[in-house]
Write a protein that binds this ligand. Structure first.
Ligand code: ADE
Ligand code: ZN
Length: 326
C-alpha cells in the first residue's frame, strides 16, 4: 500500500505539521504549547472544537517565511514517503501574515521554493489551494481572496473554504469565491462534514464549487447523491479524519463505498494527518482491509484525483504518465 503511487487533493499545510516540528519551532520562540500535546508527544485528540483550538495554537509557532519553508519541506518529505506524487495543500494567508498581501507574497515564495526543491529531491509535485477560514468571517475571506487573486498562476491554482461549517453560510463567502473564479482558480469548499445535505447544496449553489471537501453527509439525501453523480462533483473524502473526529464509528459505517457505488466521484486524502494519526498508507490499508478495495480501485481513485486536480494540463499529463507507468 505504501508503494502505490497516489494523488492527494485535501491536505492542510499547517495541519500536516509533525508535532515534533511544532514543538521545536515553539521552543525556538520561547512559546509554551505543552497544552496541545499529549503524554506520548502527539497532538491532543478529542472533538472538532478541540481540534480547531489545537490547530490554531500550533500555528502560533509558525511565524516567519522560513518557518513555512521548513514546514513545506517536512510535509512533502512525509507525503512522498507514502507514495504521493501529486498533492494539493490548503494554504492560509490568515496564518501567513494575517491576510496582508505583501507579507503573503513572502510566505508564498518560501513555500514555493521548498516545493520546487522537493519536486527535484523526492519527485512530489505540490500545488497550492489558498483557503479562507469560515469562522474568521467574510471580511477576512475578502483579504484572503485578494491574496489568491494576486498570486494565482502555475503554483496557486485553487481557492477553498475550511473551518467551522456551522458558522455563517456559504453565501456569505460568495464575494470571495466570485473573485477567485474570475482569477481562474479551481474552487472547493468544506461541506457535508459537520452539517448535512443542505450545507453541500448551498456550497454547490452559492459558491459554484466543482469539488467538495468531505461531502460525506450527502449520503443522508439520496436525491443529492444522484445530483452529485450527475454533475460529476468530486468529493475529497478523508476517512481517517472522519473516524478520528467521531463522525462515524468505523470504516464499515463510513459512506465512502456507498457514495462510490452510487457513481459519485470520490478521492482519498488525509486532511491533517498527524492530528488524526493517519498517513496515505494507513488510509489505503484501512480501505483495503475493511472495505476490500484492491489495487485497481486505488488506481482509479488516484486517476479521479488527477482529473479533478487544479493544475495545468502539462502537469496533469506528466503525473498521468507516472501513474500509468506503474
Ligand atoms: N481545517 C483543517 N481541517 C479541517 C476540517 N476537517 N474541517 C474543517 N476545517 C478544517
Ligand atoms: Zn480539511
Amino acid at each position: 500500500m505504501r508503494d502505490l503511487l497516489k494523488t492527494e487533493l485535501h491536505l492542510h499545510l499547517e495541519g500536516a505539521a509533525p508535532p515534533a516540528f511544532i514543538r521545536a519551532k515553539a521552543g525556538q520562540k520561547g512559546l509554551d504549547l505543552s497544552r496541545i500535546f499529549d503524554t506520548s508527544g502527539g497532538y491532543v485528540q478529542s472533538d472538532f472544537a478541540t481540534f480547531l483550538r489545537v490547530y490554531e495554537a500550533a500555528c502560533t509557532a509558525l511565524v516567519t517565511p522560513q518557518d513555512f519553508y521548513d514546514l513545506t519541506r517536512a510535509v512533502l518529505e512525509e507525503s512522498a514517503a507514502h507514495g504521493v506524487i501529486y498533492t494539493e495543500a490548503f494554504l492560509s494567508p490568515d496564518f501567513c501574515g494575517g491576510g496582508d498581501l505583501d507579507a503573503w507574497r513572502d510566505y508564498l515564495a518560501a513555500i514555493e521554493t521548498a516545493a520546487i526543491e522537493m519536486e527535484g529531491e523526492a519527485g512530489i509535485v505540490l500545488r497550492g489551494c489558498v483557503t479562507c477560514i469560515r469562522h474568521f468571517g467574510p471580511e477576512k475571506a475578502r483579504a484572503v481572496a485578494r491574496c489568491a487573486q494576486e498570486t494565482a498562476g502555475r503554483f496557486v491554482t485553487g481557492f477553498g473554504l475550511a473551518g467551522d461549517e456551522n458558522v455563517l453560510q456559504p453565501r456569505d463567502f460568495a464575494y470571495a469565491f466570485d473573485a477567485a473564479r474570475e482569477a481562474g482558480l479551481g474552487l472547493t469548499a468544506h461541506a457535508g462534514e459537520w452539517a448535512g445535505p443542505d450545507s453541500v447544496r448551498a456550497a454547490l449553489r452559492d459558491l459554484r464549487v466543482t469539488r467538495i471537501g468531505h461531502g460525506v453527509r450527502a449520503i443522508e439525501d439520496p436525491g443529492l447523491v444522484e445530483e452529485l453523480a450527475e454533475r460529476g462533483a468530486v468529493l475529497e473524502v478523508c476517512p481517517g479524519s472522519n473516524l478520528a473526529l467521531g463522525l462515524y464509528p468505523s470504516l464499515a459505517q463510513h459512506p465512502i463505498d456507498r457514495l462510490r457505488r452510487a457513481g459519485v466521484k470520490v478521492t482519498v486524502s488525509t486532511d491533517d494527518p498527524p492530528h488524526f494519526r493517519t498517513t496515505m498508507t494507513r488510509e489505503y490499508e484501512g480501505l483495503n482491509q475493511r472495505l476490500g478495495w484492491e489495487e485497481a480501485d486505488f488506481t482509479e481513485i488516484s486517476q479521479t484525483g488527477l482529473r479533478a486536480a487544479f493544475c495545468d494540463p502539462d502537469t496533469r499529463a506528466a503525473i498521468g504518465k507516472r501513474l500509468e507507468a506503474r
